[in-house]
Design a protein around this ligand. Structure first.
Ligand code: ADP
Ligand code: MG
Length: 630
């Protein structure tokens, strides 16, 4: 048989290599910006159209390339940055593999203009899908400009794989921010579809971070500085009270290169131990400098993962440096923010005289609800008057916003409900709480309502065939969801006008998502007065949203949409409705008064999809009389 192995032609090999290096427009942004940094530029401008799908242009004022280099740079394994394998262990540059430009040129239309400072004239090259189209001499400013157009023009499958412009642009911004954060001594500009998104003058690192993430970032930062033989650590961590539900702003730079490291992240989290509310994450911007020969950057084509010689020592140093900073900046006392004052009660009682217990009869008394007494009786018609009941739901906490955070991940609360009647059968009455009142004739009269709340989790109500057990949280989510969805899609979401408009701060990418969702949000009842660089002004809210709930509501919405902003307006509406109902629905562990319970029972049974929760779990189960007889 004849031999069958052949060497791949260069353009095919380049296309294959491109698959590793270039996943999306943001990858091109990263490679081109890093090249500009390596070229010693003091000014780098990124111009992007349609999230980079149409155009990515990087213009720098760096050292430029000679005529020969201008041609050579598009060859695979062509690099000016290393010569010998040993150089890999003394890297002072971002690049070294010499594949980026070859890869990019294999899958896009590329135009490059470059001139070295000492030369009169520069070089202008056009290359498309690895084929040189033209090369001219041209009058150019010092530095290099790359334009990359029609990315993946020759790989339709990959082009189709790209996400919506919003998502792709967020990736572009992420890469831009990472490079900009690592080099505060370089002036960076980002222009998207003709408008300037960032203009970051040369500054110190703190100012750079604030310029990127918005004015309020400054007050959140606690400096971290530690120098040892194996690493020097600089940068900032955020005060624990600013921790967020999403991982948002967490950055490690090693020798000025952004990297990801679950291990180092763990070290940071360990330093915050005991300081964070459940389920929240601190922001951090940490710059580690290590001797280049103690790391290996070459383990991943995009160079975002690296191997350290002595990971364990790094872990320990990082953790203690952060702990020290958090302690020094007196962050610890803030811990009290979440203290549950009800825990203090037993000690107060110690000092009290023993007295005859009195039973106060209250028409709204619910034997299974132990903190409902001070709650004003309110109808909550699913969504309609939710805002007023919500403030009473949170009355036992100092800040209503924190209440939701106290709940563990909501899904986990539910494990088990799927199961069966066995489990439900285990629910027993708490007899000491009901003694007295239940045996009082008058009281029996008054509390002979049709619903009971059990374990602040289930509402039980008799029905013709037996009884129904409703999961209060799932049911309320379902009720709110259907209302929100109807509001959004029928465009009748009514608003409550705020006396004093609210100013809410967000970073640029969060604002991008809100802008993208603006119309759907307006349909729910939001009224936006102003969209600026780092904040929005809200002057109207959906009727069922309380003022105190707005920021957590939007934070949770952004968290939900972080990975992907739905592209159709229907899916947007669905996501908003889901997220808002999840934020606003009454949680497990909240006592409901009689009226609220009854309203809930009525509301769930008029839902279109009454039986299943938003996440396909049962909202209620029924037990018929035979079941009960058994
Ligand atoms: P690497 O960065 O790994 O060396 P690249 O393919 O990204 O590989 O770039 C190849 C070479 O082209 C670089 O080593 C550098 O010499 C040159 N080069 C690329 N971009 C620029 C630029 N903006 N300014 C000057 N030289 C550049
Ligand atoms: Mg490079």
């Amino acid at each position: 048989m004849s031999s069958i192995i052949q060497l791949l032609p260069d353009h095919v090999a380049n296309q294959i290599a491109a698959g590793e290096v270039v996943q999306r427009p943001a990858s091109v942004v990263k490679e081109l910006m890093e090249n500009s940094v390596d070229a010693g530029s003091t000014e780098i401008k990124l111009v992007v159209k349609d999230a980079g799908k149409t155009l990515i242009q990087v213009i720098d004022n760096g050292k430029g390339m000679s005529v020969t280099d201008a041609r050579l740079c598009f060859e695979r394994h062509a690099t000016s940055k290393i010569r010998h394998a040993e150089d890999l262990f003394a890297l002072g540059t971002k690049g070294f593999r010499g594949e980026a430009l070859a890869s990019i040129a294999a899958i896009a239309h590329v135009e490059m203009k470059t001139k070295q400072d000492q030369e009169e004239l520069g070089t202008h090259i056009v290359i498309e899908g690895s084929k040189f189209v033209s090369q001219d001499v041209a009058v150019l400013p010092k530095g290099t400009s790359f334009s990359v157009k029609n990315l993946f023009f020759n790989i339709p499958a990959r082009r189709n794989f790209l996400k919506s412009d919003t998502v792709e642009f967020r990736h572009v911004v992420d890469e831009f921010e990472r490079v900009a954060m690592a080099h505060a001594n370089i002036h960076f500009v980002l222009i998207h579809n003709g408008s300037e998104m960032f203009n970051l003058p040369v500054s110190n690192t703190r100012q750079r971070i604030v310029n990127i993430f918005g004015g309020r970032t400054n007050e959140k930062l606690v400096p971290v500085n530690e120098t040892t033989e194996i690493v020097s650590i600089n940068g900032f961590v955020c005060k624990p009270e600013f921790a967020k539900k999403n991982r948002g702003e967490q950055f490690f730079f090693v020798n000025d290169r952004f990297i990801k490291s679950a291990y180092l992240h763990h070290a940071v989290m360990a330093a915050y131990e005991g300081l964070l509310k459940d389920g929240t994450q601190p922001g951090y911007y940490l710059y580690l400098d290590v001797p280049p020969n103690t790391i290996d950057i070459n383990i991943h084509p995009t160079k975002t993962e690296i191997k350290f010689d002595d990971e364990h020592a790094l872990y320990a140093i990082l953790r203690s440096a952060i702990k020290h900073s958090l302690g020094q900046f007196n962050v610890a006392p803030v811990l009290d923010f979440d203290r549950d004052t009800t825990l203090d009660t037993p000690y107060d009682y110690e000092k009290k005289d023993v007295g005859m217990p009195t039973i106060q009869v209250d028409s709204s008394f619910n034997p299974f609800a132990d903190d409902s007494d001070d709650k004003p009786t309110q109808t909550f018609s699913g969504g309609g008057s939710r805002s007023s009941s919500s403030s009473s739901f949170s009355s036992s906490y100092s800040s209503p916003t924190f209440k939701k955070d106290k709940m563990p991940s909501w899904e986990s609360l539910y494990n088990g409900l799927n199961t069966s009647t066995d489990e439900i059968a285990e629910i027993s009455f708490e007899s000491e709480e009901v003694t007295g009142s239940l045996f009082n004739d008058e009281e029996v009269e008054q509390t002979a309502h049709k619903t009971y709340q059990i374990h602040k989790k289930y509402i039980v109500s008799p029905i013709k065939s037996g009884m129904v057990i409703i999961d209060q949280k799932r049911a309320h989510q379902r009720v709110l969801y259907e209302q929100f969805l109807a509001n959004i899609t029928v465009q009748h979401g009514s608003s409550q006008q705020l006396l004093f408009p609210l100013t809410l701060h967000f970073n640029k990418s969060e604002l991008g998502i809100i802008k993208e969702m603006k119309e759907s949000l307006q349909n729910t009842g939001f009224v936006f007065d102003e969209f600026s660089d780092d904040h929005i002004v809200v002057s109207g809210l959906p009727v069922n949203v309380a003022e105190s709930e707005v920021s957590i509501l939007l934070e949770e919405l952004l968290n939900d949409l972080e990975q992907e902003v739905p592209d159709t307006s229907f899916r947007q509406s669905d996501s908003i409705a889901k997220s808002m109902s999840r934020s606003l629905a009454v949680k497990t562990g909240v006592a409901l008064n009689e009226t609220e319970q009854e309203t809930m029972v009525n509301a769930i049974f008029v839902c279109k999809e009454q039986k299943v929760s938003l996440y396909n779990k049962p909202t209620f189960i029924t037990l018929n009389v035979e079941d009960l007889d058994k």
